[in-house]
Design a binder for this molecule. Structure first.
Ligand code: 13P
Length: 268
């Protein structure tokens, strides 16, 4: 049995006071649910305020990124022990908004594909290796662009993302890993991936894990869907057999909407 996971990625929204207030509202409404896991991922500076608001509830805290060193001369970065110290259990890694497919930012800075931060498989691999010993659970995002989907490259792209990010790791280290299938074309566009297609890709990822590591790992790892998840489409997505939860962006900033999404969630 894989416990359903609903995570809210607040991206670069909400101050500590605003984030604390939203977390407090959610805590009162859905904070004691134990049949599913609910995780809030605010911006770094709001983590302590959200941690305070969630204390004593069943809801969990996650960060949106991390650097791989524990400490050092890395201006502007946040380390795994720092996230643990503020109460994080999860960390989103490899979100398409932090990735750069070729390791360099896109000089055109188009809004179609955000490649500002030059994340790549090698940096992600370092980050995953760095967080696991601290007990932080990575939520590793993978997914194709529209061009890649139209060219029939979806599985090939996801395979190379998985292969690069998980290079050199062994099955025993990966049982707490969470993967989020987030097609880039569905993020923030309102254009949700069809539930059966999202289910098919999540199943494909599960088979890949089973084949490359061991069958038990494929059965155990939770695979979420992310990209324009809303209260209106959550039921169909979350009732697909291969989809173990959702990584929610915009809709997680609205207490009502996020609460409705959690009502669609069930552990199966
Ligand atoms: P939206 O739900 O706003 O499309 O964002 C999805 C996402 O990027 C979650 O990480």
């Amino acid at each position: 049995m894989r416990t359903c996971l609903i995570a809210g990625n607040w991206k670069m929204h909400l101050t500590p006071a605003e984030g604390g207030a939203l977390a407090n509202t959610l805590r009162q409404r859905i904070g004691m649910r134990t049949d599913i896991e609910i995780v809030l991922c605010p911006p770094f500076v709001a983590l302590p305020a959200v941690a305070d608001a969630l204390r004593g509830s069943e809801m969990k805290l996650g960060a949106q990124n991390v650097f791989w060193a524990d400490s050092g001369a890395y201006t502007g970065q946040i380390s795994p022990p720092m996230l643990v110290a503020v109460g994080c259990e999860y960390v989103i890694l490899g979100h398409s908004e932090t990735r750069g497919r070729f390791g360099t930012p896109d000089p055109t800075f188009t809004d179609a594909i955000l490649r500002y931060f030059g994340e790549n498989e090698a940096t992600l691999n370092r980050k995953i290796r760095a967080v696991l010993p601290h007990g932080l659970k990575p939520i590793l995002c993978v997914g194709e662009t529209l061009e890649e989907r139209q060219a029939g490259q979806t599985e090939k792209v996801i395979e190379s993302q998985l292969q690069g990010a998980l290079e050199g790791l062994v099955a025993d280290e990966l049982y707490e890993l969470v993967i989020a299938y987030e097609p880039v074309w569905a993020i923030g566009t309102g254009q949700v991936c069809d539930a059966p297609e999202a289910n098919r890709i999540c199943g494909w990822i599960r088979q890949w894990l089973a084949h490359h590591f061991e069958p038990e790992l494929g059965e155990h790892v939770r695979i979420l869907y992310g990209g324009s998840v809303k209260a209106s489409n959550a039921h169909e997505l979350l009732h697909q057999p291969e989809i173990d939860g959702a990584l929610v962006g915009g809709a997680s900033l609205n207490a009502e909407e996020f609460e409705q999404i959690t009502y669609c969630a069930r552990t199966h």
